[in-house]
Structures are given as structure tokens and as C-alpha cells.
Design a protein around this ligand. Structure first.
Ligand code: GLP
Length: 317
């Protein structure tokens, strides 16, 4: 029997793989060069010691190979309504097929249309959230749950009070905690003990941040207190009386915490997001644009309107 570690070193080709994997039809050399790069040796499965045709090694290799096959997918829809509906449909499918799905949720104006569609699906189609667990990305330090600009307030007002996620299953960082370090550690532990996030929703800041992981954040970072960038304070001032009223700190899931999610969807609309989207999808993977770390995630989809996609070079050809 081959261990997973051993099979990571080779790509063995046999009929057991071929029947599950349509792209396996091409010649081995093309297949190796175009699909995997040149770093994985390609050998016939009958050269793997102890392996006989049709044994489960094919399935093991498919799992390993999928990690490399999946990458950032860019979906451009005609407008904001379409990206909101498509993203909501994806979440609805996840919840229907696995009622205990763990969702990671975002704030900001971008996911509002998505949340409205989830509410509609709950109210009109009976989409059931009664076993769903949620974890929000972030919260402003210093804002209590009943503060109208807190992310607690936002989530309850725009989603939770309209659907049937049990209150005990809703998790949002506590911006008033007296011990932020302990709180952040416990938030990470709670995510882990809930089985990890199945599907994470993200927006993107105009400086390329995800959650509140501002430029310069480690791409391995975990839940912690982050100082907001000047750009973010200016961007988010529209929700407050003035820029001076925007908190300077936030508790945020780290980039590493976000990358642990099994599937990630990022929504962006409007021309003001175009530079950040281009940097995230096509720029170097860098802590200057923390969304660029998503390039290293095996299953991420960007849902964009044409304006947000307008600076993508590869897509716009
Ligand atoms: C805040 C949030 C982010 C969000 C960003 C963009 O900074 N912490 O999670 O993605 O705002 O907000 P908007 O969707 O309003 O542009």
C-alpha cells in the first residue's frame, strides 16, 4: 500500500485514473508539461512498486492532483445583481447539499446583494440555515454589538434577523473584548473545533485587503488586532459621521486563517475595485496586496462585474 506522501512524489498513470479524470487523455508529455509544470515526475503506475492496475493509488493521486489543477477562477457577470445571485446560488447549493455547512461571512457594501438574495431564497424557497454555523471575518475594536456601525449590527440587520441561523451558531469577533490576544486564540480554536470553514465569502478593499488584512500583513497571519490603513479609514468613513469617527483598529481573521477555508468566493464590483482586483488576480503574490494570497488557494472564485474586471490583462486579452 502506498502512503499519500509517497504518491505525492510521482504522477502515476493507469486506467483507474483515466476513468475519473477526463483530461488524462492527452499524451503523457503534453499532460505533464501543460497541466502540472515540469516538477512532478511522470511514471507508469506499473512501475510503482507493489502497485497493480486498478488499485486505489489512482484515487489517491487524483486527490493530490486536484490540489494542483484547481486555481483561481474568474467569473465576470453583466452586473452587480448577477454576481450577487450567482454567489448566493453557490452558497445555497452548499447549504442544501451539506446542511451543517460552516460559512465565513464578510461585511461591507459588496455582499449586500448576496445577502438579500440569501434572504429571498430562505423566505421564498425555504432555504434552511438551521444547522449552519457562521464566522465573520472582522470587527472594529471599540464598537459594541449594538453600535450601528459595528459589524455585529451590520450582520444582524442585513442577514441574520431575516434567516434562521441559530444565534448560538453565529460567531463575530468581539470588538470590546478586554483580552484581544486570548479572544483571537479562542476564535481560531472555535473555527477549528467547528470543523473549519467550508465556504468563505470575501470582498476586497481598494488597497487589496481581505477582511482587515492591510498591506504588509503576513500571508501566514492568524486572527489578531490589525491597525487600519489610511486608505481603508478614508474608504469606510462613508459609514461614519467622519473619518475621525472610524476606529483605528480591528480584530480580523488572518490571511492564513482565510486560506484555510475549503472554498473561497470573492465578490467585487465597480471601477474603484479594478486595480485591487487586477493586483489580486494577476499581480505578484505579495503582502502588499493581501488578496493576492488567494492565488495560492486551491479553490477560489472571483465574481466580478465588468468594471471591477476592467484592468485584468489576461481575461480582457
Ligand atoms: C472592509 C471590510 C472588508 C471589505 C471591505 C470592502 O474593509 N473589512 O471585509 O471587503 O471593507 O468594503 P466594500 O464592500 O464596502 O467596498
Amino acid at each position: 500500500m502506498h502512503s499519500c506522501e509517497a504518491t505525492r512524489l510521482v504522477l502515476a498513470i493507469d486506467s483507474a485514473i483515466k476513468q475519473f479524470w477526463p483530461t488524462c487523455r492527452s499524451a503523457q508529455s503534453d499532460f505533464q508539461a501543460s497541466t502540472f509544470g515540469s516538477d512532478i515526475p511522470l511514471i507508469d503506475s506499473d512501475k510503482v512498486t507493489g502497485h497493480t492496475q486498478g488499485e486505489p493509488i489512482g484515487l489517491v493521486i487524483i486527490e493530490v492532483s486536484q490540489e494542483r489543477l484547481l486555481s483561481m477562477e474568474i467569473i465576470i457577470q453583466e452586473n452587480y445583481t448577477a454576481i450577487s445571485q450567482q454567489a448566493a446560488a453557490l452558497i445555497a447549493d452548499a447549504v442544501r447539499s451539506r446542511p451543517t455547512t460552516v460559512l465565513g461571512l464578510a461585511t461591507g457594501s459588496t455582499p449586500l446583494g448576496l445577502y438579500q438574495e440569501l434572504i429571498r431564497l430562505h423566505q421564498e424557497d425555504g432555504l434552511d440555515f438551521s444547522q449552519v454555523t457562521t464566522f465573520n471575518l472582522d470587527e472594529y475594536v471599540g464598537l459594541a454589538a449594538d453600535h450601528p456601525q459595528s459589524y455585529h449590527y451590520f450582520m444582524h440587520d442585513n442577514l441574520f434577523r431575516h434567516i434562521n441561523v441559530p444565534a448560538a451558531n453565529i460567531h463575530i469577533p468581539d470588538g470590546t473584548t478586554g483580552d484581544a490576544r486570548a479572544f483571537c486564540e479562542s476564535y481560531e480554536q472555535l473555527i477549528a473545533s467547528s470543523g473549519g470553514i467550508d465556504l468563505q465569502v470575501l470582498g476586497i478593499g481598494s488597497d487589496g485587503h481581505i477582511a482587515f488584512n492591510e498591506p504588509g500583513s503576513s500571508l501566514d497571519s492568524r486572527t489578531r488586532v490589525e491597525t487600519l490603513a489610511k486608505q481603508t479609514i478614508e474608504d469606510n468613513a462613508r459609514f461614519f459621521a467622519s473619518a475621525d469617527a472610524v476606529p483605528i483598529h480591528a480584530i480580523t481573521m488572518g490571511v492564513g486563517t482565510i486560506l484555510d477555508a475549503r472554498k473561497i468566493i470573492l465578490l467585487a464590483n465597480g471601477a474603484n475595485k479594478a486595480p485591487a482586483v487586477a493586483a489580486a488576480a494577476e499581480g505578484p503574490v505579495s503582502s502588499i496586496c493581501t488578496a493576492s494570497a488567494l492565488q495560492n488557494h486551491p479553490d477560489t472564485i472571483f465574481f466580478l462585474d465588468p468594471e471591477a474586471a476592467s484592468q485584468l490583462q489576461k481575461t480582457n486579452g
